[in-house]
Design a protein around this ligand. Structure first.
Ligand code: NAD
Length: 333
């Protein structure tokens, strides 16, 4: 969004003409319109733009004080960043946050003290289960931790192919072995790639309880599984081998959503070329295409993200990828 007018209480914080990426998950109790919330908002600690706060599909929106007060308008650091990249910083930021929830206890040698390492293990083996849109971002951001190997397990051949197309060259250039496989072959591949040790990091980028449970089996000593996908409330209990936690120090982490700092980090990564958000765009349109986009998502016709430009009037257009130049052309027409 671009600020067009600022209330007098926020003039020192918001600048007219400045572009902001929006963190829609606002870490605040509701201060106004409490009647819109369950139990008059008692106990609620997070509110959202486009749900209970104004926003989402509108050309002009009023930004509420909770949003500004919690720094959920994140200044766009680089004027060259296209609007779509700023919008996609939100889902990307969830992946940034999730990988930073992983923690390894490391030791340089037996006689040096233990240290905490935040994030995936550099030089280790990272396994990503599921190569949907979120799994693809996990692969891309996992590369920034410089693991030795990234194994990706995905049953859908077209999605494995997308992962290969996006990342095979970049992984090779970064000195990372990218291994794409299917759930049927996975155990054999892990055995082979890690010489039987198991992986250091496993990211479960899907919401299936049985696979969350299975993910522990893939871990080597000190390995961490990251339960990124959400499972259904009535099917959410998993069993963990307590002997492996005890003898092999395996552990589990999870997170949901992100903070404004994660949006800022995602924007910085996009700006530095570490994430290429245009790869993930499958449709674009103006405000009047919003309904068609929602219907296409609901019908599962979209292999990627849709971007709505709320200040334009355009039909929904399917694209293979999207770029700053294409965006400029669309806005200019
Ligand atoms: N934690 C967060 O902050 C956060 C944020 C956004 C999304 N999510 C979650 O991320 C998950 C993934 O999102 P998505 O949009 O990529 O979903 P998706 O359904 O498009 O992708 C899941 C992929 O997993 C694959 N799969 C199915 N069975 C498998 C198996 N046995 N082994 C390996 N892969 C298998 C599917 O073929 C599919 O490609 C969802 O559960 C979503 O709720 C979490």
């Amino acid at each position: 969004m671009t600020a067009v007018e600022v209330g007098r209480n926020w003039e020192d914080k918001i600048e007219v003409g400045q572009r902001y990426a929006v963190q829609p998950a606002v870490p605040s109790a509701p201060s106004r319109y409490r009647e819109r919330y369950h139990n008059n908002g008692r106990g609620i600690r997070k509110i959202a733009i486009g749900y209970t706060l104004p926003g989402l599909f509108a050309e002009y929106v009023i930004i509420d004080p909770e949003v500004v007060g919690t720094s959920c308008l994140v200044p766009v650091p680089d004027n060259g960043l296209p609007h779509f990249a700023c919008a996609l910083s939100e889902p990307i930021s969830c992946v940034v946050a999730a990988q930073q929830h992983t923690m390894h206890v490391v030791k340089q040698s037996p006689d040096t003290p233990r240290q905490a390492h935040l994030g995936l293990l550099p030089g280790g083996t990272t396994l990503v289960l599921g190569a949907g849109p979120m799994g693809l971002w996990h692969i891309e951001i996992a590369m920034t931790y410089e693991p030795q190997t990234i194994i990706v397990s995905e049953p859908n051949e077209a999605r494995r192919e997308t992962a290969r197309r996006f990342f095979a060259n970049r992984a090779r250039e970064a000195g990372i072995d990218l291994v794409l496989t299917t759930p049927d072959e996975l155990e054999y591949v892990i055995e082979d790639v890690t010489s039987g040790r198991g992986v250091d990091d496993c990211i479960v980028a899907l919401g299936i309880r049985e696979i969350q449970e299975k993910s522990f089996d893939y871990l080597g000593r000190g390995g961490v599984t990251n339960l990124f996908g959400g499972v259904k409330a009535d099917d959410c209990m998993i069993q963990v081998d307590a002997r492996r936690v005890h003898y092999d120090s395996i552990s589990m982490v999870g997170s949901s959503g992100s903070d404004p700092s994660d949006i800022a980090e995602a924007l910085a990564m996009i700006s530095a070329g570490k994430i290429q958000p245009g790869n993930y765009v499958a449709a674009v349109g103006g405000l009047d295409a919003a309904r068609d986009l929602i219907e296409a998502v609901r019908a599962q016709e979209m292999e990627g993200k849709g971007v709505i430009y709320p200040h334009l009037s355009r039909d929904l257009q399917r694209v293979d990828a999207w770029s700053a130049e294409q965006e400029q052309e669309l806005i200019g027409t």
